[in-house]
Design a binder for this molecule. Structure first.
Ligand code: HEC
Length: 175
């Protein structure tokens, strides 16, 4: 982001400098000379055109870059400034689709109340990342019915179960 803004001002500065060197001084001098007023105004026109073109180009380029940058950036950022890799982003999608209805998890802004709050049950109760992941994987594989309601087994399997477990283990309780 900084680079874009810096290069904007550097390029604008260079453009103005360039124009001043080419057209500015010479145009001004020649324009003031008797009998050759055309040169100056031509250079002036060129300068105006150049400035307009430069401003227009940046008017398009800067917002476009900012938009695309922001989009990519935000998808990877989770609660607490955590950075999610592609696999964990996928896990977030899957969690939102099949787990969020029953579970509260700050990272997905879900507030389900059928099952336990995973920020507490996974994030606070379990100390290690490996332990958290194992608990989530186990719950997905076996389901749960320990007298606190029903969680169906095998909502996800294989790679998808891994991705969800990875995501939950990473973000639970981090807010
Ligand atoms: C239909 C509602 C429902 C859905 C959907 C659901 N759960 Fe659950 N979940 C529960 C309930 C209820 C419990 C507690 C059951 C019990 O302990 O008796 C639970 C427990 C858990 C636990 C804690 C397990 C433990 O041993 O303490 C984890 C972790 C969990 N769910 C993760 C998930 C994930 C990940 C998904 C999505 C793949 C999911 N749940 C989908 C209802 C649901």
């Amino acid at each position: 982001m900084l680079i874009i803004f810096v290069s904007f001002w550097v390029l604008l500065g260079l453009g103005v400098f360039f124009v001043a060197m080419r057209g500015g001084p010479r145009g001004a001098v020649e324009g003031s000379e008797i009998g050759r007023p055309q040169e100056g105004s031509k250079a002036g026109q060129r300068m105006v055109t150049l400035v307009v073109v430069v401003l227009f180009a940046f008017g398009l380029a800067v917002p476009a870059l900012v938009l695309s940058f922001n989009g990519a950036h935000k998808a990877a950022v989770a609660v607490g400034g955590l950075h999610l890799n592609a696999e964990q982003q996928q896990g977030r999608e899957l969690f939102a689709r099949s787990c969020a209805v029953c579970h509260t998890l700050a990272a997905t802004k879900s507030v389900g109340r059928t099952g336990p709050n995973l920020d507490v049950r996974v994030g606070q109760d379990i100390a290690t990342p490996a332990g958290r992941k194992a608990l989530v994987l186990g719950a997905i594989a076996e389901g749960r019915a320990r007298g606190f309601g029903q969680m169906p087994a095998l909502l996800y399997q294989g790679k998808e179960a891994e991705e969800v477990a990875n995501f939950v283990a990473t973000v639970a309780g981090r807010h």
